[in-house]
Design a protein around this ligand. Structure first.
Ligand SMILES: [Zn+2]
Length: 108
């Protein structure tokens, strides 16, 4: 179950040359494991060709589909995790919109 109170509404300023823990958006545990990364370049507003690359334990797949891109019109990236504590599968989304970059958790 997703708890909306875990969302931060303030702008996020990440420290330079330092690390922060990612916490599970379901249980706030910090034992998250990456198991899939998907990257999209292009999109409706891009002058460049559409590219999609997905990397997971199955290997690397490439294509031009923009399906699943967290950005509706530009570049996007998803890092899927599984949580060691609660077994949920959140994805960290990085997406571009009108020159700004947004970072958010996507939950099922
Ligand atoms: Zn969790």
């Amino acid at each position: 179950m997703y708890d909306k109170d875990l969302h931060l509404n303030d702008d996020l300023e990440l420290p330079i040359n330092d690390m922060v823990f990612t916490m599970c958006p379901y249980c706030r545990g910090n034992n998250l494991h990456q198991d899939k990364v998907a990257v999209w370049f292009g999109g409706e507003m891009s002058p460049f060709n559409d590219i999609q690359v997905v990397v997971d334990q199955e290997g690397i797949s490439e294509g031009t589909s923009q399906e699943g891109n967290p950005s509706s019109r530009r570049d996007g990236l998803l890092i899927r995790f599984w949580c060691e504590t609660c077994d949920n599968i959140p994805s960290l989304s990085i997406s571009q919109h009108k020159g700004s970059t947004f970072i958010q958790w996507l939950t099922e």
